[in-house]
Write a protein that binds this ligand. Sequence first.
Ligand code: HXC
Length: 257
Amino acid sequence: MTYETIIVETRSKVGLVTLNRPKALNALNSQVLGEIVAALQAFDANMELGAIVITGSEKAFAAGADIKEMQSKSYVEAYLEDFFVGWEGLTRIRKPIIAAVSGYALGGGCELAMMCDFIIASDNAKFGQPEITLGVMPGMGGSQRLTRFVGKSKAMDMCLTGRMMDAAEAERSGLVSRVVPAADLVEEAIKAAAKIADFSIPAVMMTKEAVNRSYETTLAEGLRFERRVFHAMFALDDQKEGMAAFAEKRPASFRNR
Ligand code: HXC
């Protein structure tokens, strides 16, 4: 597939997607959505790859859903096409996805980052849900995911006032896992992804599934799920290899089986 709005590359065992609509600050229109999901599905199916990074430009990860594309939509059009449902494709990707965020991550841009498994931010990153300033509210998960990340008070503050959060506040609030200098962002994210990709891919995928389950179920059910998956891991050759390598004081060599 040829991509027009994103750049798709691989770096060793890491798939890298770079949003590339610089003139619109990487605003997310339906073409971007289709291309991102297609690229991620291809990475997910490629057994040479173990993790994925999504990034934007230094000025903008993404300044939101494309306002100009959606401004004239009617309710019935939005309803019939189930506007934004396509993003659920991203949440079905089974390999870990790191969002490497520099500059603006606003509206759908912030929501895209939150759909990823964790966020590494540059020190110039700015997060916000400014939809209220446009007469609407978040529509790609912001009211739900931001609340789970940062709690009710801050999520209400962000969604109701539309103010932006800088990288330091985002780290303090648990929205991002780490903050790095802007110049090192993509390299640091790829380094983290490469570290993940060197582990056992099935163990990594099962771990992602278990952590995500914690958002969707009760503690008792989540713990039961965790234990079942943990038991199942003893069927992996990689469990035998990882534990043998520890006992023999040598590096493990995982074979993804
Ligand atoms: C379409 C956008 C855009 C967007 C920026 N652009 N954001 N186009 N959709 N979300 C375009 C501008 O129109 C402009 O195009 C070009 O990108 C550069 O933007 P400027 O505004 O000139 O840049 P700057 O002055 O540096 O300001 C940066 C900014 C501002 C603060 C990020 O662009 C901004 O406020 N953007 C909108 C942010 C936003 O409201 N996002 C939420 C969208 S709604 P031209 O052609 O004029 O050069 C959403 C959720 C949808 O995401 C769910 C609810 C339905």
